[in-house]
Design a protein around this ligand. Sequence first.
Ligand code: AMP
Ligand code: GLY
Length: 428
Amino acid sequence: MNILLLGSGGREAALAWKISSSPLCDKLYIAPGNGGTGSFGTNIDASPLDFEAIGRIIAEKAIDMVVVGNEDPLVAGIVDHFKALDAAKPLFVGPEKAGAMLEASKDHAKRFMARHGIPTAAYRTFTPETIDEGYAFLETLTPPYVLKADGLAAGKGVIIPETLAEAKATLAEMLGGKFGAASSHVVIEEFLKGIECSVFALTDGHGGYRLLPVAKDYKRIGEGDTGLNTGGMGAVSPVVFADAEFMKKVDERIVRPTVEGLLKDGTDYRGFIFFGLIKVGNEPMVIEYNVRMGDPETEAVMLRVASDLVELMAAAAKGDLGNLPLDIDPRAAATVMAVSGGYPESYPKGLEITGVPAPTETTVVFHAGTRLDGPALVTSGGRVLAVSSYGATPAEALAASYATLDAIRFDGMYFRRDIGQDLLALEK
Ligand code: AMP
Ligand code: GLY
């Protein structure tokens, strides 16, 4: 089949790598792709939000299946748009807008979880009209306080103030337009203390689903989880604390009720669901849903998907996963992200990158914020390269990624040297 993958990050590079390895994939196109995705398929310079341009690619390249990498086109209704058109319809991996609301509105997601009995932090939602009730609700909570912009805020919409005074000021700022329309509603919730992990399911909209390998990501810029939040500085899979007993609870209390809840609500969800989970004591709770794979988790998770992902995605998109297995490679995988100096604040672009090796049996360097400038590879974003490796253990996989990073250079390059160290400490 001819496949069109939408997106340009490290996640899409990892998906492109995996898709291109399938005997079912004839031609792979990536729109717009990045400086590395061209080695797995053909980049086409089009925005995933430009549905007309995407429609032309679908027609001209006889696309059989579209895989939507990031949430924006899903929230903008790309699946609904093409379903409604009177034209040849490719398969879509990704939910309709109604399903994408699980990520697009935190209030919607909370109401969904409450309706279907899925464990999550207690919460209430406030608007500018109910700000006084918001202040009163904050007074009933113990610090720290969790305030979330209801809508999409480029991953920056969650603020966790330490004091009641700061929390009240933050609520006023958010409702006052700190994140524009995204924070016209603010969800305030109970702070949960625990360790987080990312669980991914591929669902077929008819109750069938498969779990992908579990991963943990590292969001802060600084070692020891300090400093500003980023899009993600690394990922490790498997996750030592997400053992069989924990995953059974995750499946029974969270994944299955979510898939069945979507069915009950009449939402035809075919695609990936990302469960941002926290282990509180021994119990899993949902921090958030995303309607796509995680980045940089995908760069580690794809290494461990042993089955043909194209076959699985096509079956899910057709509405029936049937008995297809999703086999997991027993090896560990680890991703370390090399970022631009200054990221996640301002950083330079266009710096030449050297020392990126071709994929080996052990390591694949997935490009994220890169582009080709003639023959030269240059930086074009904050997160530049996702260096992903296999290992018999997470420690071995990490060592392989760090060894590869030693040879890679660009001015100002930075990476965290402590990815996975918390998990290694738990193993001891
Ligand atoms: P989100 O954008 O919803 O993933 O939230 C960003 C981060 O804020 C999460 O990864 C958690 O580390 C933290 N967070 C969100 N909600 C809570 C909560 N209820 N309790 C503790 N930490 C939270
Ligand atoms: N790694 C977190 C995310 O993709 O949202």
